[in-house]
Design a protein around this ligand. Structure first.
Ligand code: AP5
Length: 213
């Protein structure tokens, strides 16, 4: 799943994983969990993440290659936030070839920059389980997670300076992958404006039209 920061990848990935009963692999979530646990990986990733820079390719490629071998990926998986660079896309091709797997589709969630800045400026996430809340959802209820009761916080990389940098990095390093997967014939562009439910309906319609989804 490709899309600018704040395009709604995490929100939609949760719904897709539930509907199609596949594993949701978010490199951002894996790195944030490592930061929270204070592991070596987390300590290495933290400085990149808080500034809105990408973690080094070799680190992230290693994480995904290992994750794809876990038993829960046998029935399919959704990659959210990976690949993000040309090197990561090539490495993914190699890992998939090695395991005789292929991608059914690459979803590109398309939304303009003003909207993603608006979405990120109000986003709250649960400090405990990572559930994502929009500004309006967070404003409506008490400042705790509906699922686990955890505290709702602002991600450190949702500060305006880090958001600006993440958007620059996305344009320079990740957006070219849209063309890469268009050439491979598996790109599906999905307008990501409208409500969460409307976007999900477009995604489901797209995936239902893909043979093995
Ligand atoms: P990552 O966690 O992947 O962040 P990101 O790509 O910047 O995307 P976000 O999580 O910010 O946004 P999203 O598209 O998931 O939107 P969301 O659903 O939350 O990566 C974070 C960092 O980790 C990177 O900067 C990098 O440092 C590192 N990293 C991760 N992967 C890496 C890799 N492969 N290589 C190197 N480094 C890597 O929605 C946003 C908000 O909008 C929410 O509040 C939500 O409620 C709201 N919203 C969603 N949909 C709608 C809608 N339709 N209408 C209104 N509001 C909506």
């Amino acid at each position: 799943m490709l899309g600018a920061p704040g395009a709604g990848k995490g929100t939609q990935a949760g719904l897709i994983a539930e509907k199609y009963k596949i594993s949701h692999i978010s490199t951002g979530d894996i790195l944030r969990e490592a930061v929270k646990q204070g592991t070596e990986l987390g300590r290495a990733a933290q400085s990149y993440m808080s500034k809105g820079e990408l973690a080094p390719d070799e680190v992230v490629i290693g994480i995904v290659a290992e994750r794809l071998q876990q038993p829960d990926c046998a029935n399919g998986f959704l990659l959210d936030g990976f690949p993000r660079t040309a090197a990561q896309a090539r490495a993914l091709d190699e890992v998939l070839d090695e395991h005789r797997l292929s991608l059914d589709a690459v979803l590109s969630l398309e939304v303009d920059e003003a909207e993603v800045v608006r979405r990120l400026s109000g986003r709250r996430v649960c400090a405990k389980c990572g559930a994502i809340y929009s500004s309006s959802e967070a404003a409506r209820g008490p400042q705790v997670c509906e699922t686990c009761g955890g505290e709702l916080i602002t991600r450190s990389d949702d500060q305006p300076e880090a958001v600006r940098r993440r958007l620059q990095v996305y344009k320079a390093q990740t957006e070219p992958l849209v063309e890469y997967y268009a050439r491979a014939g598996i790109l599906k562009r999905v307008p990501a404006t409208g409500t969460v439910e409307e976007v999900f309906a477009r995604i489901a319609q797209t995936l239902d039209g893909v043979g093995s989804a």
